[in-house]
Design a protein. Structure first.
Lengths: 92, 178, 174
């Protein structure tokens, strides 16, 4: 048995369950995500002559920083709530 | 001289550009093209269909909000892989999930040639520590090299190689039923 | 001399109170850990991240509100394979940096589960200007330092929002 070949077979891509695509598209149509903002941002990008390398890099860094902020705050929030729950259990 | 083509292919703006300008159908095309990749990354990480579908849905909703920041097809694929893997790890840590202990997983191993080997392998992969699991999934599901994996996962190249090496060793050991 | 003293006094009174960043790096621990979370976000990175937090997304807007006032977020979390792989006294050096303005508001000790300490920097009076969380479990050590004005209630209510997937009804294994 070649383990790596077996892994490629075992881990090949699968289709998501039926209805997945419809659920995602339905969620995108909810009012809090208007397409107007996207269209305006795309138009602005065209008007200023496309994105510069610096701009692209800043966006990537910004996205990374944003993910880290969200992760850090999730961890913090979890620790605070976990501690509160722990105190509650100990003082019951 | 007149040349008559058998097929005429008219190229329009690609789905990414159209989706960025607000075309809902174009976003649906992007979804159709990439949903199995995103879903499968999450599925092979957790070996859990419901959780994988939830994560995949959130990734695409985040994509929908972030389309304006995606500048090319290559960037889109990289972004999807990166965000999916980060969400998987984040959720795992957040919920303090523990992988199935190795002792429990050992009985799942099957002799080679058995049709359930694939299922057994998937379950064993899901017992690996998260970084090894991530590296194995990206390597064998997406056929990515260590350099690309290190960029997606934010790990050093040597760390990726080390995780891969240890993961394969663990999987071999578990399959051999030691 | 008197002019210099007056100048110093005016400076001290009018300079905004600076929150204190605590050094939470613990040398040698990352090498022993199976998994490490290492997040370092200074004021500049927080401003950059804020630009990418959506204002049309209610949850990200809440995060943006919190982050806009902060000067830094630092997280170190180490997960180990086995119990006893780290010495709980390693955090003594972190505690030793805390001056008199830091107040310990929570101190939980539990032999089997988790020791947790929460400190607030009260140099600003009523408004905490810093947060330090030390959470020590048998196989995991997490330290969080947030520098800047803190609202604990706001922070602890963040969990469960911004795109956290719903819990599956059952673990569906093939």
């Amino acid at each position: 048995m070649n383990l790596e070949d077996e892994l490629k077979l075992a881990l090949r891509r699968k289709e998501p369950p039926p209805g997945f695509r419809q659920r995602v598209l339905a969620a995108t149509r909810r009012p809090r995500h208007p397409f107007r903002n996207l269209a305006a941002a795309a138009l602005l990008t065209l008007l200023v002559g496309g994105t510069t390398a610096h701009f692209i890099e800043e966006r990537r860094e910004g996205e990374r920083a944003k993910e880290q902020v969200l992760q850090a705050l999730r961890i913090t929030s979890h620790e605070l709530r976990d501690t509160r729950q722990h105190i509650h259990e100990l003082t019951k | 001289m007149t040349l008559i083509a058998d097929e005429v292919e008219i190229e329009g703006p690609d789905p990414l550009a159209r989706a960025r300008s607000g075309d809902g159908e174009a976003f649906a095309e992007l979804l159709a093209e990439h949903e199995s990749m995103v879903y499968s990354l999450a599925y092979h990480f957790f070996n859990d269909r419901d959780r994988a579908a939830d994560i995949a849905q959130d990734v695409f909703l985040q994509l929908y909000r972030s389309l304006v920041d995606i500048d090319s097809h290559a960037h889109l694929v990289h972004w999807l892989r990166q965000v999916t893997t980060r969400r998987c790890i984040d959720q795992l840590r957040r919920r303090r999930l523990r992988p199935v202990p190795i002792e429990e997983a050992e009985h799942l191993s099957s002799p080679s040639g058995d049709p359930t080997l694939g299922r057994a392998l998937r379950q064993l992969v899901a017992t690996l520590p998260e970084s090894q699991r991530l590296v194995v999934t990206l390597r064998y599901q997406e056929d990515l090299g260590p350099e690309e994996i290190s960029r997606i996962a934010g790990m050093r190249l040597n760390t990726v190689k080390s995780h891969l090496h240890r993961a394969l060793r663990s999987l071999r050991r578990m399959l051999e039923g030691s | 001399m008197r002019k210099a003293f007056l100048a110093l006094l005016i400076f001290a009174v009018t300079t905004p109170l600076q929150a204190q960043k605590v050094t939470i790096d613990i040398p040698g621990l990352a090498e022993k850990a199976r998994e490490v979370v290492d997040i370092t976000l200074d004021a500049q990175m927080l401003r950059l991240a804020s630009k990418f937090l959506s204002s049309s997304d209610e949850d990200e807007r809440a995060v943006r509100g919190i982050v806009s006032k902060l000067e830094g977020i630092y997280v170190r979390s180490y997960e180990f394979d086995k119990e006893g792989e780290y010495d709980h006294t390693v955090v003594d050096k972190v505690r030793a940096q805390l001056g008199p303005s830091w107040k310990k508001i929570v101190n939980v000790r539990s032999k089997s589960k988790k020791d947790a300490e929460i400190y607030l920097d009260m140099r600003g009076g009523d408004q905490p200007l810093g947060l330090l969380v030390i959470s020590a479990e048998p196989r995991q050590l997490t330290i969080v330092n947030i520098v800047g004005p803190i609202d604990l209630d706001q922070l602890s209510h963040l969990e469960g929002e911004f795109g956290i997937p719903k819990m599956s009804k059952r673990g569906d294994h093939e």
